[in-house]
Design a protein around this ligand. Structure first.
Ligand code: ACM
Length: 632
Protein backbone atom coordinates (compact mmCIF):
# COMPACT_ATOMS: atom_id res chain seq x y z
CA UNK A 1 0.00 0.00 0.00
CA UNK A 2 2.81 2.32 0.99
CA UNK A 3 4.50 1.52 -2.33
CA UNK A 4 1.29 2.07 -4.28
CA UNK A 5 0.91 5.53 -2.73
CA UNK A 6 4.53 6.41 -3.43
CA UNK A 7 4.15 5.20 -7.00
CA UNK A 8 1.01 7.33 -7.43
CA UNK A 9 2.81 10.43 -6.14
CA UNK A 10 5.76 9.77 -8.42
CA UNK A 11 3.45 9.17 -11.38
CA UNK A 12 1.58 12.41 -10.68
CA UNK A 13 4.86 14.33 -10.47
CA UNK A 14 6.11 12.81 -13.71
CA UNK A 15 2.90 13.42 -15.61
CA UNK A 16 2.65 16.98 -14.30
CA UNK A 17 6.24 17.49 -15.43
CA UNK A 18 5.43 16.00 -18.82
CA UNK A 19 2.28 18.09 -19.13
CA UNK A 20 4.18 21.26 -18.28
CA UNK A 21 6.78 20.69 -20.98
CA UNK A 22 8.00 24.13 -22.04
CA UNK A 23 5.95 25.87 -24.71
CA UNK A 24 8.04 27.43 -27.45
CA UNK A 25 6.16 29.83 -29.72
CA UNK A 26 7.66 32.35 -32.14
CA UNK A 27 6.69 35.14 -32.11
CA UNK A 28 6.06 35.24 -28.36
CA UNK A 29 2.37 35.93 -27.68
CA UNK A 30 1.12 38.82 -25.57
CA UNK A 31 -0.17 36.51 -22.80
CA UNK A 32 0.26 32.78 -22.44
CA UNK A 33 -0.97 30.85 -19.41
CA UNK A 34 -0.05 27.22 -19.33
CA UNK A 35 -2.64 25.03 -17.58
CA UNK A 36 -2.48 21.45 -16.40
CA UNK A 37 -3.55 18.81 -18.85
CA UNK A 38 -3.69 18.41 -22.58
CA UNK A 39 -6.01 18.00 -25.53
CA UNK A 40 -5.29 14.87 -27.47
CA UNK A 41 -5.68 15.26 -31.21
CA UNK A 42 -7.02 11.99 -32.65
CA UNK A 43 -8.61 10.79 -35.87
CA UNK A 44 -11.96 11.43 -34.14
CA UNK A 45 -11.26 15.14 -33.55
CA UNK A 46 -13.43 17.51 -35.58
CA UNK A 47 -12.68 20.97 -36.88
CA UNK A 48 -15.67 23.27 -36.51
CA UNK A 49 -16.00 26.70 -38.06
CA UNK A 50 -18.67 29.10 -36.91
CA UNK A 51 -18.95 31.32 -39.98
CA UNK A 52 -18.33 30.98 -43.72
CA UNK A 53 -15.41 33.43 -43.42
CA UNK A 54 -13.60 30.86 -41.27
CA UNK A 55 -14.19 27.93 -43.64
CA UNK A 56 -10.97 28.26 -45.69
CA UNK A 57 -8.85 28.51 -42.56
CA UNK A 58 -10.51 25.41 -41.10
CA UNK A 59 -9.75 23.48 -44.29
CA UNK A 60 -6.15 24.73 -44.38
CA UNK A 61 -5.74 23.48 -40.79
CA UNK A 62 -7.19 20.06 -41.66
CA UNK A 63 -4.87 19.77 -44.69
CA UNK A 64 -1.81 20.71 -42.67
CA UNK A 65 -2.66 18.28 -39.85
CA UNK A 66 -3.28 15.45 -42.32
CA UNK A 67 0.33 15.42 -43.59
CA UNK A 68 2.04 14.28 -40.38
CA UNK A 69 -0.85 12.71 -38.46
CA UNK A 70 -2.49 10.92 -41.37
CA UNK A 71 -5.88 11.93 -39.93
CA UNK A 72 -8.65 13.00 -42.32
CA UNK A 73 -10.37 15.27 -39.86
CA UNK A 74 -13.97 16.22 -40.48
CA UNK A 75 -14.48 19.94 -41.10
CA UNK A 76 -18.01 21.07 -40.25
CA UNK A 77 -19.95 24.28 -39.98
CA UNK A 78 -21.78 24.64 -36.69
CA UNK A 79 -23.03 27.50 -34.60
CA UNK A 80 -22.79 25.49 -31.37
CA UNK A 81 -19.81 23.76 -29.77
CA UNK A 82 -19.34 20.08 -30.64
CA UNK A 83 -17.64 17.60 -28.31
CA UNK A 84 -13.91 17.04 -28.77
CA UNK A 85 -13.71 19.74 -31.46
CA UNK A 86 -11.25 22.38 -32.54
CA UNK A 87 -13.54 25.38 -33.00
CA UNK A 88 -12.78 28.50 -35.00
CA UNK A 89 -15.26 31.30 -34.58
CA UNK A 90 -15.52 35.00 -35.25
CA UNK A 91 -16.67 37.16 -32.35
CA UNK A 92 -20.22 38.41 -32.87
CA UNK A 93 -19.21 41.53 -30.93
CA UNK A 94 -15.61 42.44 -31.76
CA UNK A 95 -13.22 42.70 -28.81
CA UNK A 96 -11.28 45.96 -29.03
CA UNK A 97 -8.02 44.51 -27.64
CA UNK A 98 -7.81 41.94 -30.44
CA UNK A 99 -8.01 44.41 -33.32
CA UNK A 100 -8.10 42.89 -36.80
CA UNK A 101 -5.30 40.32 -36.37
CA UNK A 102 -5.51 39.28 -32.70
CA UNK A 103 -6.98 36.06 -31.35
CA UNK A 104 -7.76 34.13 -28.21
CA UNK A 105 -6.81 30.47 -28.03
CA UNK A 106 -7.97 28.10 -25.33
CA UNK A 107 -6.84 24.49 -25.20
CA UNK A 108 -8.61 22.35 -22.60
CA UNK A 109 -8.92 18.59 -22.11
CA UNK A 110 -11.91 18.19 -24.42
CA UNK A 111 -11.84 21.25 -26.61
CA UNK A 112 -9.71 23.74 -28.52
CA UNK A 113 -11.24 27.14 -29.22
CA UNK A 114 -9.87 29.96 -31.32
CA UNK A 115 -11.82 33.21 -31.36
CA UNK A 116 -11.03 36.40 -33.26
CA UNK A 117 -12.68 39.50 -34.67
CA UNK A 118 -11.48 38.81 -38.21
CA UNK A 119 -10.35 35.77 -40.24
CA UNK A 120 -6.74 37.04 -39.98
CA UNK A 121 -6.90 36.51 -36.22
CA UNK A 122 -8.21 32.98 -36.67
CA UNK A 123 -5.38 32.31 -39.10
CA UNK A 124 -2.82 33.42 -36.51
CA UNK A 125 -4.52 31.42 -33.77
CA UNK A 126 -4.11 28.38 -35.99
CA UNK A 127 -0.40 29.16 -36.49
CA UNK A 128 0.09 29.25 -32.72
CA UNK A 129 -1.88 26.02 -32.34
CA UNK A 130 0.41 24.28 -34.85
CA UNK A 131 3.44 25.38 -32.82
CA UNK A 132 1.83 23.88 -29.69
CA UNK A 133 1.74 20.46 -31.33
CA UNK A 134 4.81 18.20 -31.08
CA UNK A 135 7.56 19.18 -33.53
CA UNK A 136 6.76 16.03 -35.53
CA UNK A 137 3.77 17.93 -36.91
CA UNK A 138 6.26 19.43 -39.39
CA UNK A 139 7.18 16.00 -40.70
CA UNK A 140 6.48 15.55 -44.39
CA UNK A 141 5.38 11.93 -43.83
CA UNK A 142 2.92 10.31 -41.48
CA UNK A 143 4.34 9.76 -37.98
CA UNK A 144 2.68 7.13 -35.75
CA UNK A 145 2.55 8.75 -32.33
CA UNK A 146 0.32 10.57 -29.82
CA UNK A 147 -0.54 14.15 -30.74
CA UNK A 148 -1.03 16.01 -27.45
CA UNK A 149 -1.57 19.78 -27.33
CA UNK A 150 -0.73 21.30 -23.92
CA UNK A 151 -3.60 23.08 -22.21
CA UNK A 152 -3.17 26.84 -22.46
CA UNK A 153 -4.95 30.14 -22.62
CA UNK A 154 -3.41 32.59 -25.07
CA UNK A 155 -4.35 36.21 -25.70
CA UNK A 156 -2.42 37.62 -28.61
CA UNK A 157 -2.29 40.53 -31.05
CA UNK A 158 0.48 42.25 -33.01
CA UNK A 159 2.49 45.26 -31.93
CA UNK A 160 2.69 46.58 -35.52
CA UNK A 161 0.33 46.41 -38.50
CA UNK A 162 3.19 46.13 -41.05
CA UNK A 163 5.34 43.03 -40.52
CA UNK A 164 7.18 42.57 -43.76
CA UNK A 165 9.84 40.67 -45.60
CA UNK A 166 11.26 42.07 -48.84
CA UNK A 167 12.24 39.53 -51.48
CA UNK A 168 14.37 40.65 -54.44
CA UNK A 169 13.47 38.57 -57.50
CA UNK A 170 15.34 40.81 -59.94
CA UNK A 171 18.94 39.98 -59.06
CA UNK A 172 17.94 36.33 -59.23
CA UNK A 173 14.64 35.03 -60.50
CA UNK A 174 12.65 32.72 -58.22
CA UNK A 175 9.92 30.43 -59.48
CA UNK A 176 6.27 30.82 -58.53
CA UNK A 177 6.49 27.64 -56.41
CA UNK A 178 9.47 29.12 -54.50
CA UNK A 179 7.41 32.20 -53.74
CA UNK A 180 4.53 30.07 -52.46
CA UNK A 181 6.80 28.18 -50.09
CA UNK A 182 8.28 31.49 -48.93
CA UNK A 183 4.78 32.92 -48.32
CA UNK A 184 3.79 29.79 -46.38
CA UNK A 185 6.70 30.07 -44.08
CA UNK A 186 6.53 33.81 -43.53
CA UNK A 187 2.82 33.48 -42.65
CA UNK A 188 3.70 30.88 -40.00
CA UNK A 189 5.78 33.53 -38.25
CA UNK A 190 2.90 36.00 -38.56
CA UNK A 191 4.53 38.23 -41.19
CA UNK A 192 1.80 39.90 -43.22
CA UNK A 193 3.56 41.85 -46.01
CA UNK A 194 5.61 40.44 -48.86
CA UNK A 195 7.41 43.40 -50.38
CA UNK A 196 8.16 42.08 -53.85
CA UNK A 197 11.16 43.79 -55.49
CA UNK A 198 10.13 43.09 -59.07
CA UNK A 199 12.39 45.34 -61.10
CA UNK A 200 16.02 46.39 -61.02
CA UNK A 201 19.09 46.69 -63.23
CA UNK A 202 19.39 42.90 -63.43
CA UNK A 203 15.88 42.01 -64.59
CA UNK A 204 12.30 43.23 -65.07
CA UNK A 205 10.03 40.47 -63.72
CA UNK A 206 6.43 41.56 -64.24
CA UNK A 207 4.50 41.19 -67.48
CA UNK A 208 3.18 44.52 -68.77
CA UNK A 209 1.06 43.66 -71.80
CA UNK A 210 1.18 47.14 -73.35
CA UNK A 211 5.00 47.22 -73.08
CA UNK A 212 5.98 43.71 -74.19
CA UNK A 213 9.72 44.43 -74.49
CA UNK A 214 9.92 44.92 -70.71
CA UNK A 215 9.81 41.14 -70.39
CA UNK A 216 10.86 39.90 -73.85
CA UNK A 217 14.09 41.94 -73.44
CA UNK A 218 14.19 43.21 -69.85
CA UNK A 219 13.65 39.85 -68.12
CA UNK A 220 16.71 38.19 -69.68
CA UNK A 221 20.44 38.61 -69.31
CA UNK A 222 23.54 36.80 -70.47
CA UNK A 223 24.33 33.81 -68.20
CA UNK A 224 27.13 34.18 -65.67
CA UNK A 225 28.29 32.24 -62.61
CA UNK A 226 30.44 33.76 -59.88
CA UNK A 227 30.69 36.74 -57.60
CA UNK A 228 27.89 39.15 -58.38
CA UNK A 229 29.32 42.59 -59.12
CA UNK A 230 32.51 41.06 -60.55
CA UNK A 231 31.04 39.22 -63.55
CA UNK A 232 31.95 39.88 -67.18
CA UNK A 233 29.67 42.33 -69.01
CA UNK A 234 27.67 41.07 -72.01
CA UNK A 235 29.74 40.37 -75.12
CA UNK A 236 28.63 41.59 -78.55
CA UNK A 237 25.97 39.31 -79.93
CA UNK A 238 25.85 37.11 -76.81
CA UNK A 239 22.42 35.53 -76.23
CA UNK A 240 20.51 36.62 -73.09
CA UNK A 241 19.20 33.30 -71.79
CA UNK A 242 19.13 33.68 -68.01
CA UNK A 243 16.13 35.08 -66.15
CA UNK A 244 12.36 34.86 -66.23
CA UNK A 245 9.25 36.80 -65.33
CA UNK A 246 5.80 36.39 -63.85
CA UNK A 247 2.83 36.55 -66.18
CA UNK A 248 -0.19 38.48 -64.96
CA UNK A 249 -1.92 35.14 -64.39
CA UNK A 250 1.03 34.01 -62.23
CA UNK A 251 0.71 37.21 -60.24
CA UNK A 252 -3.03 36.82 -59.71
CA UNK A 253 -2.39 33.27 -58.51
CA UNK A 254 0.32 34.38 -56.07
CA UNK A 255 -1.73 37.31 -54.78
CA UNK A 256 -4.63 34.93 -54.07
CA UNK A 257 -2.32 32.41 -52.44
CA UNK A 258 -0.87 35.13 -50.22
CA UNK A 259 -4.32 36.53 -49.33
CA UNK A 260 -5.37 33.08 -48.11
CA UNK A 261 -2.46 33.34 -45.67
CA UNK A 262 -3.12 36.92 -44.59
CA UNK A 263 -0.15 38.19 -46.59
CA UNK A 264 -0.46 41.35 -48.67
CA UNK A 265 1.91 41.50 -51.61
CA UNK A 266 3.27 45.01 -52.14
CA UNK A 267 4.90 45.29 -55.57
CA UNK A 268 7.99 47.43 -56.08
CA UNK A 269 8.74 49.05 -59.42
CA UNK A 270 12.09 50.68 -58.68
CA UNK A 271 12.38 54.07 -60.45
CA UNK A 272 13.92 56.43 -61.52
CA UNK A 273 17.27 54.72 -60.74
CA UNK A 274 17.87 50.95 -60.81
CA UNK A 275 16.19 50.91 -64.24
CA UNK A 276 18.79 49.32 -66.53
CA UNK A 277 16.57 46.34 -67.41
CA UNK A 278 13.72 48.68 -68.44
CA UNK A 279 16.21 50.77 -70.43
CA UNK A 280 17.56 47.68 -72.20
CA UNK A 281 13.99 47.34 -73.52
CA UNK A 282 13.27 51.06 -74.07
CA UNK A 283 16.62 52.97 -74.15
CA UNK A 284 14.88 56.13 -75.36
CA UNK A 285 13.61 56.67 -71.78
CA UNK A 286 17.05 57.62 -70.37
CA UNK A 287 19.06 60.80 -70.91
CA UNK A 288 21.83 58.97 -72.79
CA UNK A 289 19.42 56.85 -74.90
CA UNK A 290 22.19 54.30 -75.47
CA UNK A 291 20.76 51.66 -77.85
CA UNK A 292 23.39 49.19 -76.58
CA UNK A 293 22.00 49.21 -73.03
CA UNK A 294 21.79 45.60 -71.79
CA UNK A 295 20.26 43.95 -68.75
CA UNK A 296 23.10 43.80 -66.24
CA UNK A 297 24.38 40.24 -65.65
CA UNK A 298 26.07 41.08 -62.35
CA UNK A 299 28.97 43.14 -63.66
CA UNK A 300 30.38 46.21 -61.99
CA UNK A 301 28.83 49.41 -63.28
CA UNK A 302 29.11 51.76 -60.30
CA UNK A 303 31.71 53.30 -58.02
CA UNK A 304 31.03 53.94 -54.33
CA UNK A 305 33.02 56.47 -52.34
CA UNK A 306 33.78 56.65 -48.63
CA UNK A 307 31.62 59.79 -48.17
CA UNK A 308 28.54 57.81 -49.22
CA UNK A 309 28.36 59.27 -52.75
CA UNK A 310 28.47 57.10 -55.86
CA UNK A 311 28.69 57.17 -59.61
CA UNK A 312 26.88 55.00 -62.15
CA UNK A 313 29.28 54.19 -64.97
CA UNK A 314 26.33 53.07 -67.12
CA UNK A 315 23.16 55.19 -67.26
CA UNK A 316 20.47 53.26 -65.36
CA UNK A 317 18.16 56.21 -64.77
CA UNK A 318 14.90 57.35 -66.33
CA UNK A 319 14.90 60.90 -67.70
CA UNK A 320 12.66 63.03 -65.45
CA UNK A 321 12.33 65.78 -68.07
CA UNK A 322 10.85 63.53 -70.76
CA UNK A 323 7.04 63.35 -70.95
CA UNK A 324 7.39 59.93 -72.62
CA UNK A 325 8.74 58.61 -69.30
CA UNK A 326 5.48 59.54 -67.55
CA UNK A 327 3.45 58.02 -70.39
CA UNK A 328 5.51 54.85 -69.91
CA UNK A 329 4.94 54.86 -66.14
CA UNK A 330 1.24 55.50 -66.61
CA UNK A 331 1.05 52.35 -68.75
CA UNK A 332 3.08 50.33 -66.23
CA UNK A 333 1.03 51.37 -63.20
CA UNK A 334 -2.28 51.04 -65.09
CA UNK A 335 -1.48 47.32 -65.33
CA UNK A 336 0.29 46.87 -61.97
CA UNK A 337 -2.43 48.56 -59.86
CA UNK A 338 -5.35 46.20 -60.58
CA UNK A 339 -3.20 43.10 -60.07
CA UNK A 340 -2.48 43.90 -56.44
CA UNK A 341 -5.13 44.62 -53.78
CA UNK A 342 -2.41 46.38 -51.74
CA UNK A 343 -3.25 50.07 -51.25
CA UNK A 344 0.49 50.79 -51.70
CA UNK A 345 2.79 50.53 -54.66
CA UNK A 346 6.48 50.84 -53.83
CA UNK A 347 8.25 53.02 -56.38
CA UNK A 348 11.83 52.67 -55.13
CA UNK A 349 13.57 56.02 -55.38
CA UNK A 350 16.82 54.67 -53.91
CA UNK A 351 20.37 55.22 -55.12
CA UNK A 352 19.39 57.34 -58.10
CA UNK A 353 22.52 58.72 -59.76
CA UNK A 354 21.91 62.25 -61.06
CA UNK A 355 25.15 62.69 -63.05
CA UNK A 356 23.45 62.09 -66.43
CA UNK A 357 20.64 64.49 -65.48
CA UNK A 358 23.21 67.18 -64.69
CA UNK A 359 24.59 66.91 -68.23
CA UNK A 360 21.25 66.64 -70.03
CA UNK A 361 19.85 69.71 -71.81
CA UNK A 362 16.23 68.66 -71.20
CA UNK A 363 16.82 68.23 -67.46
CA UNK A 364 18.62 71.56 -67.26
CA UNK A 365 15.78 73.31 -69.10
CA UNK A 366 13.22 71.76 -66.75
CA UNK A 367 15.23 72.88 -63.71
CA UNK A 368 15.33 76.39 -65.07
CA UNK A 369 11.63 76.40 -65.92
CA UNK A 370 10.72 75.09 -62.45
CA UNK A 371 13.21 77.41 -60.73
CA UNK A 372 15.09 74.44 -59.22
CA UNK A 373 18.46 75.11 -57.62
CA UNK A 374 19.60 71.54 -57.11
CA UNK A 375 19.39 68.38 -59.16
CA UNK A 376 17.84 66.52 -56.15
CA UNK A 377 14.74 68.60 -56.78
CA UNK A 378 14.38 66.83 -60.12
CA UNK A 379 13.89 63.54 -58.27
CA UNK A 380 11.29 65.20 -56.03
CA UNK A 381 9.55 66.51 -59.19
CA UNK A 382 9.68 63.01 -60.69
CA UNK A 383 8.22 61.41 -57.55
CA UNK A 384 5.42 63.94 -57.35
CA UNK A 385 4.50 63.07 -60.95
CA UNK A 386 4.61 59.37 -60.07
CA UNK A 387 2.46 60.06 -56.99
CA UNK A 388 -0.14 61.67 -59.26
CA UNK A 389 -0.11 58.66 -61.58
CA UNK A 390 -0.53 56.28 -58.63
CA UNK A 391 -3.39 58.34 -57.23
CA UNK A 392 -5.11 58.16 -60.62
CA UNK A 393 -4.97 54.36 -60.24
CA UNK A 394 -6.26 54.48 -56.64
CA UNK A 395 -2.90 53.68 -55.03
CA UNK A 396 -0.64 55.26 -52.41
CA UNK A 397 3.06 55.95 -52.90
CA UNK A 398 5.68 54.15 -50.83
CA UNK A 399 9.39 54.67 -51.40
CA UNK A 400 12.88 54.22 -49.93
CA UNK A 401 14.03 57.09 -47.72
CA UNK A 402 15.73 58.95 -50.60
CA UNK A 403 12.23 60.19 -51.52
CA UNK A 404 12.71 62.69 -48.69
CA UNK A 405 15.46 64.46 -50.64
CA UNK A 406 14.44 67.59 -52.48
CA UNK A 407 10.87 67.49 -51.09
CA UNK A 408 8.39 64.67 -50.61
CA UNK A 409 4.83 64.12 -51.87
CA UNK A 410 2.50 65.13 -49.01
CA UNK A 411 1.03 61.71 -48.22
CA UNK A 412 3.93 59.47 -49.24
CA UNK A 413 5.01 56.65 -46.91
CA UNK A 414 8.73 56.30 -46.26
CA UNK A 415 10.68 53.07 -45.94
CA UNK A 416 13.72 53.98 -43.87
CA UNK A 417 16.68 51.81 -44.92
CA UNK A 418 19.95 53.78 -44.75
CA UNK A 419 19.49 54.13 -40.98
CA UNK A 420 16.65 55.14 -38.68
CA UNK A 421 17.32 58.80 -39.51
CA UNK A 422 15.09 59.08 -42.59
CA UNK A 423 12.27 57.42 -40.70
CA UNK A 424 12.64 59.81 -37.76
CA UNK A 425 12.66 62.83 -40.07
CA UNK A 426 9.64 61.56 -42.00
CA UNK A 427 7.66 60.76 -38.82
CA UNK A 428 8.40 64.25 -37.47
CA UNK A 429 6.96 65.61 -40.74
CA UNK A 430 3.81 63.54 -40.19
CA UNK A 431 4.53 60.81 -42.74
CA UNK A 432 3.90 57.14 -42.13
CA UNK A 433 7.11 55.12 -41.87
CA UNK A 434 8.27 51.55 -42.23
CA UNK A 435 11.53 50.92 -40.42
CA UNK A 436 14.02 48.62 -42.12
CA UNK A 437 17.48 50.04 -41.38
CA UNK A 438 20.48 48.20 -42.84
CA UNK A 439 22.16 47.71 -39.48
CA UNK A 440 19.28 45.56 -38.17
CA UNK A 441 17.22 44.38 -41.11
CA UNK A 442 19.43 43.50 -44.13
CA UNK A 443 19.17 39.75 -44.39
CA UNK A 444 21.56 39.59 -47.37
CA UNK A 445 24.46 40.35 -45.01
CA UNK A 446 26.68 37.64 -43.54
CA UNK A 447 25.48 36.27 -40.20
CA UNK A 448 28.68 34.77 -38.82
CA UNK A 449 32.44 35.15 -39.18
CA UNK A 450 33.45 36.23 -42.71
CA UNK A 451 35.70 33.15 -43.02
CA UNK A 452 32.66 30.87 -42.61
CA UNK A 453 30.14 32.56 -44.89
CA UNK A 454 29.78 33.29 -48.60
CA UNK A 455 31.35 36.74 -48.73
CA UNK A 456 29.12 39.81 -48.46
CA UNK A 457 30.52 43.26 -47.64
CA UNK A 458 28.85 43.48 -44.23
CA UNK A 459 27.62 41.37 -41.32
CA UNK A 460 24.33 41.29 -39.43
CA UNK A 461 24.25 38.79 -36.58
CA UNK A 462 21.09 37.21 -35.22
CA UNK A 463 21.20 38.98 -31.87
CA UNK A 464 21.48 42.36 -33.59
CA UNK A 465 18.22 41.60 -35.46
CA UNK A 466 16.62 40.59 -32.17
CA UNK A 467 17.79 43.80 -30.47
CA UNK A 468 16.14 46.06 -33.06
CA UNK A 469 13.67 48.60 -31.64
CA UNK A 470 11.62 50.13 -34.49
CA UNK A 471 10.30 53.15 -32.57
CA UNK A 472 13.12 55.59 -31.80
CA UNK A 473 12.88 57.81 -28.71
CA UNK A 474 10.91 60.98 -29.34
CA UNK A 475 8.99 59.61 -32.33
CA UNK A 476 5.21 59.35 -32.22
CA UNK A 477 4.46 55.60 -32.44
CA UNK A 478 1.38 56.25 -34.55
CA UNK A 479 3.56 57.10 -37.56
CA UNK A 480 5.57 53.86 -37.36
CA UNK A 481 3.48 51.34 -39.30
CA UNK A 482 6.02 48.64 -38.54
CA UNK A 483 9.10 47.19 -40.13
CA UNK A 484 10.54 44.49 -42.30
CA UNK A 485 13.60 42.40 -43.14
CA UNK A 486 15.11 42.74 -46.61
CA UNK A 487 16.54 39.89 -48.63
CA UNK A 488 18.50 41.25 -51.58
CA UNK A 489 19.59 38.40 -53.79
CA UNK A 490 22.78 39.43 -55.59
CA UNK A 491 24.49 36.51 -53.84
CA UNK A 492 21.43 34.29 -53.48
CA UNK A 493 20.39 32.18 -56.44
CA UNK A 494 18.46 29.28 -54.91
CA UNK A 495 15.56 29.07 -52.50
CA UNK A 496 17.57 26.96 -50.08
CA UNK A 497 20.21 29.72 -49.90
CA UNK A 498 17.43 32.27 -49.47
CA UNK A 499 16.14 30.21 -46.53
CA UNK A 500 19.66 30.06 -45.07
CA UNK A 501 19.73 33.86 -45.13
CA UNK A 502 16.15 34.26 -43.87
CA UNK A 503 16.18 31.86 -40.92
CA UNK A 504 16.61 32.30 -38.03
CA UNK A 505 17.12 36.05 -38.49
CA UNK A 506 13.57 36.64 -39.76
CA UNK A 507 12.25 34.67 -36.78
CA UNK A 508 13.96 37.26 -34.57
CA UNK A 509 12.42 40.07 -36.64
CA UNK A 510 8.98 38.46 -36.47
CA UNK A 511 9.19 38.83 -32.72
CA UNK A 512 10.41 42.43 -33.01
CA UNK A 513 7.34 43.34 -35.09
CA UNK A 514 4.71 41.16 -33.40
CA UNK A 515 5.49 40.80 -29.69
CA UNK A 516 5.13 43.45 -26.99
CA UNK A 517 8.31 45.50 -26.55
CA UNK A 518 8.57 44.52 -22.89
CA UNK A 519 8.45 40.78 -23.57
CA UNK A 520 11.86 40.59 -25.22
CA UNK A 521 14.22 38.07 -23.66
CA UNK A 522 17.19 36.86 -25.67
CA UNK A 523 17.92 33.70 -23.67
CA UNK A 524 14.31 32.68 -23.87
CA UNK A 525 14.24 33.44 -27.61
CA UNK A 526 17.25 31.18 -28.15
CA UNK A 527 15.46 28.27 -26.48
CA UNK A 528 12.40 28.82 -28.64
CA UNK A 529 14.58 29.23 -31.74
CA UNK A 530 16.10 25.81 -31.10
CA UNK A 531 12.64 24.25 -31.15
CA UNK A 532 11.95 26.06 -34.42
CA UNK A 533 15.17 24.63 -35.79
CA UNK A 534 13.87 21.13 -35.00
CA UNK A 535 10.66 22.01 -36.77
CA UNK A 536 12.56 23.40 -39.76
CA UNK A 537 14.66 20.20 -39.94
CA UNK A 538 11.49 18.15 -40.18
CA UNK A 539 9.89 20.52 -42.67
CA UNK A 540 13.00 20.46 -44.90
CA UNK A 541 13.58 24.19 -44.43
CA UNK A 542 17.17 25.39 -44.55
CA UNK A 543 18.50 27.78 -41.89
CA UNK A 544 21.80 29.14 -40.60
CA UNK A 545 23.51 28.10 -37.38
CA UNK A 546 25.92 31.04 -37.31
CA UNK A 547 24.59 32.19 -33.94
CA UNK A 548 26.56 29.30 -32.41
CA UNK A 549 29.89 30.47 -33.85
CA UNK A 550 32.23 32.54 -31.74
CA UNK A 551 32.37 36.30 -32.23
CA UNK A 552 36.00 37.40 -32.70
CA UNK A 553 36.94 40.85 -31.42
CA UNK A 554 40.59 41.74 -32.07
CA UNK A 555 42.07 44.89 -30.58
CA UNK A 556 45.39 46.60 -31.20
CA UNK A 557 46.62 48.76 -28.31
CA UNK A 558 50.15 50.11 -27.83
CA UNK A 559 51.33 47.67 -30.51
CA UNK A 560 49.90 44.69 -28.61
CA UNK A 561 47.31 42.50 -30.36
CA UNK A 562 44.67 40.91 -28.14
CA UNK A 563 41.52 39.03 -29.13
CA UNK A 564 38.34 38.93 -27.07
CA UNK A 565 35.97 36.05 -27.82
CA UNK A 566 32.23 36.07 -27.24
CA UNK A 567 29.19 34.00 -28.10
CA UNK A 568 25.70 35.18 -28.95
CA UNK A 569 24.04 32.00 -27.71
CA UNK A 570 24.51 31.86 -23.94
CA UNK A 571 26.18 29.07 -21.94
CA UNK A 572 28.62 27.92 -24.63
CA UNK A 573 32.24 27.03 -23.89
CA UNK A 574 34.85 28.56 -26.16
CA UNK A 575 38.02 26.59 -26.80
CA UNK A 576 40.96 27.99 -28.70
CA UNK A 577 44.55 27.39 -29.70
CA UNK A 578 47.40 29.56 -30.92
CA UNK A 579 49.91 26.71 -31.20
CA UNK A 580 48.63 25.12 -34.40
CA UNK A 581 46.81 22.37 -32.52
CA UNK A 582 43.17 21.64 -33.28
CA UNK A 583 41.13 23.15 -30.44
CA UNK A 584 38.61 20.98 -28.63
CA UNK A 585 37.45 20.19 -25.13
CA UNK A 586 41.01 19.60 -23.90
CA UNK A 587 42.34 22.93 -25.21
CA UNK A 588 42.39 26.10 -23.13
CA UNK A 589 38.89 27.34 -22.32
CA UNK A 590 38.54 30.99 -23.15
CA UNK A 591 38.24 33.24 -20.11
CA UNK A 592 40.07 36.52 -20.84
CA UNK A 593 41.30 38.31 -23.99
CA UNK A 594 44.07 36.31 -25.60
CA UNK A 595 47.39 37.95 -26.34
CA UNK A 596 48.55 37.05 -29.84
CA UNK A 597 52.34 36.99 -29.92
CA UNK A 598 54.39 38.30 -32.85
CA UNK A 599 55.19 35.85 -35.60
CA UNK A 600 53.33 33.48 -37.90
CA UNK A 601 50.63 32.73 -35.32
CA UNK A 602 47.20 31.32 -36.16
CA UNK A 603 44.20 31.60 -33.83
CA UNK A 604 41.73 28.71 -33.96
CA UNK A 605 38.44 28.95 -32.09
CA UNK A 606 35.48 26.63 -31.64
CA UNK A 607 32.39 26.63 -29.41
CA UNK A 608 31.05 23.65 -27.48
CA UNK A 609 27.94 22.94 -25.48
CA UNK A 610 27.75 20.19 -22.89
CA UNK A 611 30.97 18.62 -24.12
CA UNK A 612 30.05 18.60 -27.83
CA UNK A 613 31.10 20.98 -30.63
CA UNK A 614 28.23 23.24 -31.63
CA UNK A 615 29.81 26.10 -33.58
CA UNK A 616 32.10 25.93 -36.59
CA UNK A 617 35.87 26.22 -36.32
CA UNK A 618 37.16 29.73 -37.07
CA UNK A 619 40.77 29.97 -38.25
CA UNK A 620 42.44 33.36 -38.44
CA UNK A 621 46.07 34.24 -39.08
CA UNK A 622 47.69 37.07 -37.17
CA UNK A 623 47.74 39.32 -40.24
CA UNK A 624 43.99 38.98 -40.68
CA UNK A 625 43.46 39.73 -36.98
CA UNK A 626 45.64 42.81 -37.32
CA UNK A 627 43.63 43.93 -40.34
CA UNK A 628 40.38 43.48 -38.45
CA UNK A 629 41.84 45.42 -35.52
CA UNK A 630 42.25 48.33 -37.91
CA UNK A 631 45.96 48.12 -38.74
CA UNK A 632 46.55 49.87 -42.08
C1 ACM B 1 18.44 49.74 -50.92
O1 ACM B 1 19.03 48.91 -50.20
N1 ACM B 1 19.05 50.24 -52.00
C2 ACM B 1 17.10 50.17 -50.62
Amino acid sequence: MKYTLAFCILWCCLTTYAQKKAIHLIPQPVELNQLNGEYLLTAASTIVYGQQDAKDIAHQLAQKLAVATGFSLKVVNSKSALPNAITLYLNATPKATLGSEGYELEVLGKSVKIAANQPAGLYYGVQSLLQLLPTDIESQNVVQRRWPIPSVRVLDYPRFAWRGLMFDVSRHFFKKEDLKRHIDYMARMKFNVLHWHLTDDEGWRIEIKSLPKLTSVGAWRVPRIGDFGELAPPKDGEAATEGGFYTQDDIRELVRYAQERNVTIVPEIDVPGHSMAALAAYPELSCTKDPNTKVNPGSKFSEWYSDGTFKMLVDNTLNPSDEKVYEFLDKVFAEVAPLFPSPYIHVGGDECYKGYWEKDAGCQALMKQMNMKHVEELQAYFMKRVDKILKSKGKKLLGWDEILEGGIAPDATVMSWRSLKGGIEAAHMGHNVIMTPVQYCYLDYMQSDATLEPYVYSTLRLKTCYDFEPVPDGVDTKFILGGQGNLWTEGVNTLSHAEYMLYPRSWALSEVYWSPKGSKNWENFVRRMETQMERADLAGINYARGAYDAVIKPQLKDGKLTVALETEVPYLDIFYSIDDSVPGRYSPTYANPIEIPEGPVTLRVITYREGKPIGKMIILKRDELLKRAGKK
